[in-house]
Design a protein around this ligand. Structure first.
Ligand SMILES: [Zn+2]
Ligand SMILES: [Zn+2]
Length: 118
C-alpha cells in the first residue's frame, strides 16, 4: 500500500476585525471576510446580546431563560425571566445591585416628615 502523504492546506489570512493574522485549514479565496476564533466568539456573543431565549430544559422539565446580562456581560441560564431596566437585560445579581444603588440615590431625596397628631 502506498502511503498517502497528508498535505495540510492552510492559508494565512488577516482577521477582518482585529487585524491579526492566523491560519485557516482551507484555501481562502480572499473574497470574503475572515475572523479569528476570538473575534468569532465575540461576535457570536454580541449577536446573542439583547435577546432572551426561552428554552425547555428536558432534564429539569422546566422552562429556562437564556440571556446575556448587559451589566456583567455574563451568559446566564436562569429559571426566571430577567428584568429589563432601561432597555438593559439584567441578571438577578445585577438587578439587586442596581436596585440597591437606586435606593441609595432615592434616600438622598427623601425628607422625613413626622406625623404629628394633634
Ligand atoms: Zn480577530
Ligand atoms: Zn449581571
Amino acid at each position: 500500500m502506498a502511503e498517502k502523504q497528508k498535505v495540510q492546506t492552510s492559508t494565512k489570512v488577516l482577521c477582518s476585525k482585529c487585524g491579526k493574522d492566523y491560519y485557516i485549514s482551507f484555501v481562502a479565496d480572499g473574497h470574503r471576510d475572515y475572523f479569528c476564533d476570538k473575534c468569532l466568539k465575540e461576535m457570536h456573543h454580541n449577536r446573542k446580546k439583547g435577546n432572551i431565549k426561552k428554552v425547555f430544559d428536558k432534564r429539569k422539565k422546566i422552562n429556562v431563560y437564556e440571556f446575556i446580562c448587559d451589566l456583567c456581560d455574563c451568559f446566564r441560564r436562569a429559571v426566571y425571566s430577567p428584568e429589563i431596566i432601561n432597555g438593559n437585560i439584567l441578571c438577578k445579581e445585577c438587578e439587586a445591585k442596581k436596585k440597591a444603588q437606586d435606593r441609595k440615590k432615592m434616600r438622598k431625596n427623601v425628607i422625613i416628615v413626622k406625623n404629628v397628631k394633634s
